[in-house]
Design a protein. Structure first.
Length: 459
């Protein structure tokens, strides 16, 4: 074989070896996105049923209960779910001790969190407005089981079992719709029955996940013993706590404003703002999927130069622009679905849109740092952003309500985007155009994929 032929063969091999993982990643993104669409469609339908059967106050109360549990989970998980993914993706042989550590932590920390929520409700019920105390008690029982589920789902990411991850995530969220239909439409039993069914579903799903991971462990030959490893747990905790600060701060920015609106403006306005927030979360679904799947890949590849992330970020920047442009006029349909009490939702969502666009792009870009050890600067950026968000909400929500909460969120999302983007440029040397602007060939590739998808649907 002459040198020209050899070079051609190497070029062909490199192209094939690079394209195959890209096709696989695109397939994973497509399936995960499809699962998330079904999940969010179910959640949207469930919230419509709640709004139509027990009103804006009932939807606001349910949202406050769910947000309370979600905040407890994220505050108490100490970043261990992401540490699971990080350490397993780096070395698959760590699966058994990582999962043993996760189970030990999940049930102990989960029980402590459930007790903490119960004490908070008992001693400071005013924080939850007029939401019935007994319902928050019932929901708090699910916390240890939801924590184990969260830890288990991240194990599936670490071992690259994306299909099982999507299926279990979809099943978990499908219970929301199923329980809503059973409790409110079939039994007409109201909010207490719905909260009780959701708690029971959490217990059931955690058991299924423990069983499935046990099966994976039995099939693994090259692995360490299944028992807690305190030294490994310390390393997981060091990574997890840094990740934890960023996640908790982002969660509070995404969710705490709803509690502030509920406290100062009442359940009806909180119910309206919960719809705008839910739509905002829907819009960042695709970048969230990309971020979830790119994280273990960056970790395994040790992507120091940022090649994987810049490519993913360029695509996200372009696609998020299209999503937000479509969402702007579509927002005016929401009051027709939810009813007259939700007439202000389009304005709230329009205020959120610029921030949603930027935080969607940031959620992908920041995975470069998550997958390469997570420098302390990232959690510090989130703490700074959280401080600004809380101050803005406390200053303006009492007088201006949900619109002020939406504006505070957009300002916060803009700040975290600017901080992460500038830090990425400083650390990697990648230019802003290389990081955010889609290349001509990539644009053609996207449109080709779109045409192929449209042709398959037509056939």
């Amino acid at each position: 074989m002459n040198q020209e032929s050899a070079a051609l063969a190497r070029s062909s091999y490199d192209s094939t070896s690079v394209e195959a993982p890209r096709r696989r990643f695109r397939a994973h993104v497509a399936w995960t996105l499809a699962a998330r669409v079904l999940i969010l469609a179910g959640g949207l339908l469930a919230s419509i049923i709640v709004a139509r059967t027990i009103g804006a106050e009932g939807l606001g109360a349910l949202t406050v209960i769910n947000v309370t549990v979600a905040i407890a989970l994220q505050v108490g998980c100490a970043g261990l779910p992401s540490a699971n993914t990080y350490f397993i993706a780096r070395d698959k042989r760590e699966l058994a001790p990582v999962w043993a550590n996760a189970l030990l932590f999940g049930f102990i920390a989960g029980a402590v969190l459930a007790l903490a929520v119960a004490c908070l409700v008992f001693f400071r019920p005013a924080l939850f407005g007029s939401v019935p105390v007994r319902l928050i008690f019932i929901a708090s029982i699910s916390i240890p089981f939801q924590l184990v589920t969260l830890l288990g789902l991240n194990v599936f990411l670490g071992v690259d079992r994306i299909a099982q991850f999507n299926l279990l995530d979809a099943v978990s969220q499908s219970f929301i719709l199923i329980n809503t239909i059973v409790a409110l439409l079939i039994l007409a039993a109201g909010l207490p029955a719905l909260v009780a069914l959701n708690t029971a579903a959490s217990v059931l799903l955690s058991g299924v996940i423990v069983f499935l991971i046990a099966r994976i462990l039995r099939k693994e030959k090259k692995r360490r013993a299944f028992r807690p490893d305190l030294e490994l747990l310390k390393r997981m905790a060091r990574y997890g706590l840094k990740f934890h600060v960023a996640v908790v701060a982002s969660l509070l920015i995404f969710r705490a404003d709803l509690l502030i609106v509920n406290h100062f403006r009442g359940e009806a306005e909180a119910g309206s703002y919960s719809v705008a927030s839910q739509m905002a979360m829907l819009l960042v679904m695709l970048p969230g999927v990309i971020a979830t799947l790119i994280f273990p890949r960056v970790t395994a590849a040790r992507d120091i130069d940022g090649h994987l992330i810049t490519r993913a970020t360029r695509h996200t920047t372009f696609i998020m622009l299209i999503i937000c442009l479509v969402a702007a006029p579509a927002s005016f349909v929401l009051p027709l679905l939810y009813g007259p009490a939700f007439a202000d939702v389009p304005v709230q969502l329009l205020i959120l849109l610029p921030g949603v666009y930027l935080v969607g792009v940031e959620s992908v870009l920041v995975q470069y740092f998550s997958g390469t050890g997570l420098p302390v600067a990232i959690p510090l950026f989130w703490l700074l952003t959280l401080t600004m968000n809380v101050l803005l909400n406390l200053a303006f929500v009492p007088d201006y309500g949900a619109r002020a909460a939406a504006l505070a969120s957009t300002a916060s999302y803009t700040l975290i985007f600017l901080l992460v983007a500038s830090y990425f440029h400083t650390q990697t040397g990648n230019s802003l155009s290389k990081t955010f602007i889609l290349r001509r060939g990539e644009m053609r590739e996207l449109f080709t994929l779109f045409r192929k998808g449209a042709t398959r649907k037509a056939l």
